[in-house]
Design a protein around this ligand. Sequence first.
Ligand code: 9Z3
Length: 321
Amino acid sequence: QAMAEPRTPTTDGKLDEFAAPSHVEEVRDQMVAFAGHHMAAGRKVVLITSGGTKVPLESRTVRFLDNFSSGRRGASSAEHFIESGYAVIFLHRHRSLYPYTHMFSTMNMLEALKFRSEEEACSDSAEVVVNQQVLPNITKVLKKYQEVKENRLLLSVEFNTLSDYLHLLKAAAQALSTIGSMAMFYLAAAVSDFYIPASEMPEHKIQSSNGPLQLSLNMVPKILSPLVKDWAPQAFVISFKLETDPRILLEKARRALDTYRHQVVVANVLDSRRGYVVVVTPETQTELVLTDEDEKNEVEIEVRIVSNLTSAHNKFISRQK
Ligand code: 9Z3
């Protein structure tokens, strides 16, 4: 039996309740220039969102609600999109995982460095080099990173709060509407469904001397709705659906497609997200799975996700023509 759910408010896209970051116009101009440059070179552009949003409880924020996402999905996908010929706008949570550095994120930088020679170690101007035993594939990654930088294939934009995220996503959608169906949205960020409106937020730190804390949170309006309908109606749009209960995953994914009428939902369960996802479209349902063999060879599931979506995007573009 279908669950009854309260309707989530939609938005006409005005975002009045959310404070815009001061640099939003500047970022929009950068994104317009980026999209135009790559469109002229015949390159498709994907906007990737990555990492979790932060919802402050106080306006001088000491405490906040966070959504879980390490940013690994987004960072790894960015690399595979670039490998497939896309230019990438990487809209990510400050300090979440980043393309090309994400594989080194757990390492201690000092463990990867050594003095060129033992004698030199005493001098302040000693030359320091990378210990290739600790970072065996560093040359390959560095070469790739520099190539990407030189060809300006990656535009990095950061967010912290839910408000930043909403305004920057809107700006990105407006910027990418200039390139029509050549644009893809890959919305992997974990976005809060709840927030405290500015008018109800205390300015100062909430005091525990006032006793237990009761929070009342508003529903965040569904940004996917104006994105698909108004801001970038020609683009190829993919949202992600995250659940912890696998029994409701596919139903929720289908419901999202029905509600927002975009092209694809990638459905995943928190615990198995690294090795199993389902790519859901109105007509199809495709399971992508990593085998034990894949895991041994350190294959990332993002390579399969990106390959599936880039071919779907190509078909989408040729149908528009
Ligand atoms: C995802 O489902 C991503 O795949 C993960 C990736 C966040 C699980 P990591 O960053 O994890 O590699 O650690 N993202 C979407 C999450 C989300 O909030 N989706 C909303 C929902 O499920 C819809 S937009 O309701």
